[in-house]
Design a protein around this ligand. Structure first.
Ligand code: PMP
Length: 353
């Protein structure tokens, strides 16, 4: 017998690499290539270090209120956390306490099964169809809850709002969570359905469309009852999640709608242009409504391309997993970054021939 017998052993989630080399093109963790709103920069410049002396507002009221006002919902329908990973972890702990398995796609955000395992939540994965689509009929079976991203990751494919509503409506005895980390890049949000269904929780993040992955701000919007249960678990875990600085930075970001819309449109235009150029090089791309492209080449293996790009300090994401091990997930960068990326890719696939 050793103390190690009492250790909870888990296989952790593996985040994308944060390479230390200079002069790299980093297209591997779905960060936004543009800086946050200049108003976020102003908050940083004017931030009073003395405010760090005190514990922050546990409700992060200023930020919660700003998010509520932006989306036109009551303050008590909003929950904030340290990135959407923190919000999602709290959701797993709060809403998935059934002995029945929760359902999520087989190809999806690879944190879901990690949380299920660490919290001892039974789960069942539902295969995406041959086109990598989530089929809503598969989510009508008996379950302890449902979670899926829209658009899905790493495919980037979105789901219609009517299909999402079918899932929510037919699972009224379970909580359904829609992870909308990438929704601002062209998919339809289910936020409007949270008025109609008290079992629907929508989770979003400032990490992608608001260029603030480093600030760690995520939030959930749902019925007052869902948010209240979520807060009970949060306050049983860690009351002070967001720092006073993050609260101020997040508020400034959400209030600058013009900048947000401008950078999202720019990114979408670059994505569409990059998809066209990838197709010319012999890639097929799944229709993406996110800030990344999931692509495979007709002859060249994804692993070979991934490794060849890495040698040239261009980083994309490769998942060595069944069904997707010949795909690359390419985060959309600036036009300049994509230009270098595509030119490098051209030499790689052409010399392989
Ligand atoms: N959901 C999905 C589908 C993601 O890809 C990510 C990013 N890794 C997250 C949630 C978490 O993002 P963050 O914690 O930065 O908000």
């Amino acid at each position: 017998m050793s103390w190690e017998d009492n250790v909870r052993k888990v296989v952790p989630y593996v985040p994308g690499e944060q390479p230390k080399v200079a002069d790299k093109i980093k297209l591997n963790t779905n960060e936004n290539p543009y800086p946050p709103s200049p108003k976020v920069g102003n908050v940083l410049k004017n931030f009073d270090a003395n405010s760090l002396r005190l514990y922050p507002d546990p409700e992060a009221f200023k930020l919660t209120e700003a998010i509520a006002s932006y989306y036109g919902v009551d303050n008590n329908k909003v929950f904030v956390g340290v990135g959407s990973d923190d919000v999602l972890a709290m959701c797993f702990l709060t809403f998935f306490a059934s002995s029945k398995p929760i359902l999520f796609p087989d190809i999806t955000y690879s944190f879901y099964d990690v949380w299920a395992k660490v919290f001892n939540i039974p789960y069942k994965t539902i295969p995406l169809d041959d086109d990598f689509k989530i089929s809503c009929d598969d989510y009508m079976q008996d379950n302890g809850g449902v979670i899926f991203p829209n658009p899905n990751a790493p495919t980037g494919r979105d789901m219609s709002l009517s299909d999402i509503e079918k899932i929510v409506k037919n699972n009224s005895n379970q909580v359904v969570i829609v992870d909308e980390a990438y929704v601002d890049f062209g998919a339809q949000s289910a936020l409007g359905l949270t008025d109609k269904y008290d079992n629907l929780l929508v989770v979003q993040t400032f990490s992608k469309s608001r260029s603030m992955a480093g600030a760690r701000i995520g939030f959930a919007i749902g019925s007052k009852k869902l948010i209240s249960y979520l807060n009970d678990v949060k306050y049983s875990f860690n009351s002070y999640t967001l720092s006073p600085l993050s609260i101020e930075l997040g508020k400034a970001a959400i209030e600058d709608d013009e900048y947000f819309k401008k950078t999202c449109s720019k990114l979408i235009a670059t994505r569409e242009n990059s998809v066209d150029r990838l197709k010319e090089l012999g890639f097929s791309c799944i229709d993406s409504k996110s800030n990344f492209i999931f692509a495979k080449h007709k002859t060249c293996s994804a692993r070979y391309i991934f490794e060849s790009l890495k040698k040239k300090n261009i980083f994309v994401r490769y998942f060595d997993k069944p069904r997707i091990d010949n795909y690359l997930r390419i985060t959309v960068g600036t036009d300049e970054q994509m230009d270098i990326f595509i030119k490098t890719l051209k030499t790689i696939v052409e010399t392989e021939k």
